[in-house]
Ligand binder design. Structure first.
Ligand SMILES: [Zn+2]
Ligand SMILES: [Zn+2]
Length: 259
C-alpha cells in the first residue's frame, strides 16, 4: 500500500467534501427532484453567510483530518497500528464484521464526546460552531471548530491502534461515515415511511433525528445509532411522530393551512 503525503490527503479530503457534501447540496437543494420537495424537514432556509462559514470551517476540518491521516500512515509504516492488508489474516467474516464493530465503537465515542462538548464550559470552545447551523444542509456535515475536529479525528488512530482492521474495511468505514454524516445533515428526509417504527431501522439515525438535535441541543446526540440516546434518555420522544409528519406530507399541509 503506497504512503500518502499531507497535501495528497488534503486534496482527497477536500475533493470528498466537494463531491459528497457539495454533490448532495446540488442534488437536494439546487436541483430538487420532485419527490424530495415535500420531504423538507424545516421550512426555513439557512442564511447565505452561515453557508459560507460552513464551507470555510469544513476546509479547516480537512486540514486537521489530513494531519490525522498522515499520522495514521506514519504509525502504520512503523508497525504501530493493527491495519492489515491480507484478507487471510482474519478471514472474510471478520473483515465485514469489523466495519460494523468500528461503527459501533465510533458511535459510542461520538455520543459521549458529543455530550461532553455540550457541557456549559466546553460548548462555546468546541461545539458552538457546529450548532451555528440551525438549519442543517449537507455543507454543514463537517463544519467543526478545529478543537472539535481534533476530537472527531482522534478516534481513527485510537481504533486502529486497538482493533485489527483490513485496509479495505477501513476505507469502507470512512466512506460509510462520510455518506451517513451527509445524510444526517441533508435537510430532507430520504428514508422510507415508518423508518423509526420498524424493529431494525428504529436503531438507525436519520436526517430528521439529527436535524432535531441542531434545534433542541439536549436530544438526539448519536451519530449512526439511536441506542445510546434510548439508554441515556436523550432520545426525542416525538421523533416517530415528527418523522411521520414529514414523510406523510402533513407538515406541508399544516404549513399551507397556517399561511
Ligand atoms: Zn450536526
Ligand atoms: Zn451537538
Amino acid at each position: 500500500m503506497p504512503t500518502l503525503g499531507y497535501f495528497t490527503l488534503l486534496f482527497i479530503l477536500t475533493l470528498r467534501y466537494l463531491l459528497v457534501a457539495g454533490g448532495a447540496f446540488l442534488i437536494f437543494w439546487i436541483w430538487k427532484p420532485k419527490w424530495v420537495a415535500p420531504r423538507r424537514i424545516q421550512q426555513r432556509l439557512p442564511h447565505p453567510e452561515v453557508i459560507r462559514r460552513e464551507i470555510l470551517w469544513s476546509f479547516s476540518t480537512s486540514l486537521i483530518f489530513a494531519a490525522a491521516g498522515r499520522l495514521l500512515f506514519w504509525a502504520k509504516e512503523n508497525g504501530h497500528t493493527l491495519i492489515y492488508e491480507s484478507v487471510s489474516d482474519y478471514g472474510w467474516w471478520y473483515l465485514f464484521l469489523s466495519i460494523l464493530f468500528y461503527m459501533i465503537l465510533h458511535d459510542t465515542y461520538f455520543y459521549w464526546t458529543h455530550r461532553w462538548m455540550h457541557t456549559k464550559t466546553l460548548f462555546k470552545w468546541f461545539h458552538q460552531v457546529h450548532h451555528d447551523s440551525r438549519v442543517p444542509s449537507p455543507l454543514a456535515a463537517f463544519s467543526f471548530h478545529p478543537l472539535e475536529a481534533l476530537v472527531e479525528a482522534a478516534i481513527l488512530p485510537l481504533l486502529a491502534f486497538l482493533f485489527p482492521i483490513h485496509i479495505g474495511a477501513f476505507l469502507a468505514f470512512l466512506t460509510i461515515m462520510t455518506f451517513l454524516s451527509v445524510i444526517n445533515h441533508l435537510g430532507y428526509e430520504i428514508y422510507p415511511k415508518g423508518f423509526p417504527d420498524h424493529w431494525l431501522t428504529r436503531w438507525i439515525i436519520s436526517a430528521t433525528h439529527h436535524d432535531h438535535h441542531h434545534q433542541s441541543y439536549g436530544h438526539n446526540l448519536g451519530l449512526y445509532f439511536t441506542w445510546w440516546d434510548h439508554w441515556m434518555k436523550t432520545q426525542d420522544l416525538e421523533y416517530s411522530k415528527r418523522f411521520a409528519q414529514i414523510t406523510n406530507g402533513s407538515m406541508e399541509a399544516t404549513l399551507q393551512k397556517a399561511a
